[in-house]
Design a protein around this ligand. Sequence first.
Ligand code: GRF
Length: 199
Amino acid sequence: MQQKPYRIAIFASGSGSNAEQLMTYFSTKKEIEVALLVTNRSKAKAVGRALRFDVPALVLKKEDFDEKQAFLLTELHRMEIDGIVLAGFLLKIPTNLIAAFPEKIINIHPSLLPNFGGEGMYGSHVHEAVQKAQATESGITIHLVNEEYDKGEILFQARCAVHANDSPQTIADRVLALEHAHFAEVCANYFAQFTEKIA
Ligand code: GRF
């Protein structure tokens, strides 16, 4: 049997600090490789980060993520992508991709789902809502992606305290530190069931 790494594509719309964390982590692993970065924003910092890791970047327009468009799916197949990781990706994943990668798409959400999830709950909106609700804790949820927004099977959660004097930004910083600490390892452990051992 031919031994080849499991090839993942990272989708990111923004700064890409999680994407960078994933690329750093997998650059030392044989079984899993980051083979592609996909973004909907040409100015996303994530693009520069990918290029520094020699990971090709595919910059697409919003329309290319429409489920009636075959282009993205064709590209993912052409690049022999096996799994997808959403790292701060802001568009809805088209249903044709979800069908083509069943249980092979992982997302990270910056709250303890089901709290502060669903449509419109992304980025700073999440931390503002957490602060407004006077929640005493927040955290991260790493989950599989299905047709329902933020409702796929939960793989992992980690919590952090929220203090009365926290701003949305201090909550965001604490949550992002949790993301960086756990995301890559949770992805690696989950995808391990699909990978081939490489000597
Ligand atoms: C993270 O908080 C992630 O959970 C959310 O968007 C943020 C992305 O940060 N979906 P970065 O682009 O990885 O720095």
